[in-house]
Design a protein around this ligand. Structure first.
Ligand code: FAD
Ligand code: SF4
Length: 496
């Protein structure tokens, strides 16, 4: 592949698309933070790629995107071909371009990170797909022969969507069930609009329906329809049910007025921001998980968010847009150990969020009416690595203090569960609630039931959109193999 100007990165600095000014964000603007490149900017930024010969970016990307190749197509203004190539590895490229923590993945391993600034891979990916869709490009399935096979996909999140997409591409009819009234899973009901505009999900739904994928929304499997019924009606089932068991931390006083769990807060607020009815009868929380909370007015209040992951960052930045007087994030390890994207932390800081690192919460402080007044914390230092290799936060004796707050949002994370409607059909899980899939004699992503497959957060535990996409995509390849259909390619050929 020829390059016009190999050393373009020396003259052309790394630039991200323009962002909504911070004054508008702090005044309550919920629009997507980053705009989109124009054709010239996209071409210039793509031209910074060195084509270094060993594309670490592609290897580090969980779906192994053909990044140098589509950067070259952008320089040649061959956007439809670039979109085709993006979709060959990734069923949701416009979403990943927006929400992937690129600093930890593709851009984090770009050779130019060595002092020049990585190529803006995510922003170019978003540019390619948004532009191609606007130009009328759609996946072309005209040569696909129907196989007559039908597969039920449980969960319309990234894992389920990716699986359905790949099944459709080899002529297998995918029917996707979700308990919510819209597709997207956490993309729709979790991630706020300032990271991902919900029109992106609506457009993707049109594209998927155009590919022949059917959706049965507002249907909860295990309640409205059983897994046995799905296995009778379909040749195979894919479970992409996500991770919704809330980690509450067991803090004394956490039932006080003004203490909120993170996801219900984000979901409810997201419904309000997008103009949906917050109490819509079709949206059903998972049994025992209450997502119809009454949101307190945060305007002028002191909000404290406990937890430093993606969910915590979405909570602090939402609280800023809701007019909170002061927003603080308390995290028990140091900044370098934060699990989320460094870019999101920088955006939060710019919006005025205060970070208190090395603070471990001990108890919620309340007044005589059981209303929250603050959180008692102890300072920590980092100790030895735990079983997962993360250094343990060790409390420092005598360092307790209280962080005052009117509202406390708990964002300690989520884990999956294997519900009874799965276990009674013999589907095995791990002790920490993950569905067991693959391994031994099984096909990748095949569960202990030969016709049931699983992937995404339900198998990995709470993780990332792009890893859920990779697993849904590759589970479809296993399903196609089981059904004797031509399997979609698992590992892209160029990456072999
Ligand atoms: P989900 O997206 O959770 O989808 C599962 C779907 O299954 C849901 O729609 C659910 O309704 C449905 N379902 C469950 N049980 C049933 C049932 N019995 N019947 C019918 N339907 C059912 N990742 C990133 O990469 N970048 C980010 O910026 C980012 N931000 C995040 C912010 C928040 C607040 C949260 C909570 C997560 C974030 N993540 C982010 C993680 C990412 O959203 C998830 O890893 C990803 O969505 C997992 O995809 P999934 O398809 O496995 O599950
Ligand atoms: Fe980077 Fe994510 Fe796109 Fe892969 S899918 S190239 S990791 S933004």
């Amino acid at each position: 592949m020829s390059r016009k100007q190999v050393f373009q990165f020396l003259e052309m600095p790394r630039e991200m698309p323009r962002r909504i000014p911070v004054e508008l964000r702090t005044a309550g603007d919920w629009g997507e933070l980053y705009g989109r490149f124009g054709a010239q900017e996209a071409s210039h930024q793509s031209g910074r790629c060195l084509d270094c010969g060993n594309p670490y970016c592609s290897w580090k990307c969980p779906v192994h995107n053909a990044i140098p190749q589509w950067l070259q197509l952008v320089q040649e203004n061959r956007i439809r071909e670039a979109a085709e190539l993006c979709h060959s590895t990734n069923p949701l490229p416009e979403v990943c371009g927006r929400v992937c923590p690129q600093d930890r993945l593709c851009e984090g391993s770009c050779t130019l990170n060595d002092g020049f600034g990585a190529v803006t891979i995510g922003a170019v990916e978003k540019y390619i797909v948004d532009t191609a869709f606007e130009q009328g490009w759609r996946p072309d399935l005209s040569a696909v022969e129907p196989t007559g096979h039908r597969v039920a996909v449980v969960g319309a999140g990234p894992a389920g969507i990716a699986c359905a997409d790949r099944l459709a591409r080899v002529g297998i009819q995918a029917v996707v069930y979700d308990r919510y009234e819209q597709i997207g899973g956490l993309l729709q009901f979790g991630i706020p609009t300032f990271k991902l505009d919900k029109a992106v999900i609506a457009r993707r739904r049109e594209v998927l329906e155009g590919m022949g994928i059917q959706f049965r929304l507002g249907v909860e499997v295990g309640r409205d329809v059983t897994l046995e019924q799905l296995l009778e009606e379909y040749d195979a089932v894919f479970l992409g049910t996500g991770a919704y068991r809330y980690t509450d931390g067991g803090l004394p006083g956490q039932d006080a007025e003004g203490v909120l769990p993170a996801l219900p807060f984000l979901v409810q607020n997201g419904r309000i921001v997008t103009g949906a009815d917050p109490a819509t009868a079709q949206s059903r929380p998972i049994a025992g998980w209450e997502d119809h909370i009454k949101l307190p007015d945060l305007a002028g209040r002191r909000v404290l968010v406990l937890g430093g992951g993606d969910t915590g960052m979405d909570c602090v930045r939402s609280a800023i847009r809701l007019g909170a007087a002061r927003v603080t994030c308390a995290y028990r390890r140091d900044e370098a150990s934060m699990p989320g994207s460094a870019r999101e932390v920088a955006n939060a800081r710019e919006e005025g969020v205060r970070f208190l690192f090395n603070r471990q919460p001990l108890a919620i402080e309340t007044d005589e009416l059981n209303r929250v007044t603050g959180v008692r914390v102890v300072e920590t230092k980092l100790g030895e690595p735990d079983a997962r290799g993360r250094r343990v936060a060790v409390p420092i004796e005598g360092s307790e203090s209280v962080i005052e707050a009117d509202v406390v949002i708990i964002a300690f994370g989520f884990s999956p569960t294997v519900p009874e409607w799965m276990t009674k059909l013999g589907i095995e899980g791990t002790s920490n609630g993950r569905i067991l899939a693959g391994g031994g004699e099984r096909l990748p992503y095949q569960t202990s039931h030969p016709r049931v497959f699983a992937g995404g957060d339900a198998v990995r535990g709470a993780d990332l959109v792009v890893t859920a996409v990779a697993e849904g995509r590759d589970a479809a390849a296993s399903i196609a193999e089981l059904l004797g259909a031509q399997p979609p390619v698992r590992t892209p050929q160029y990456a072999e």
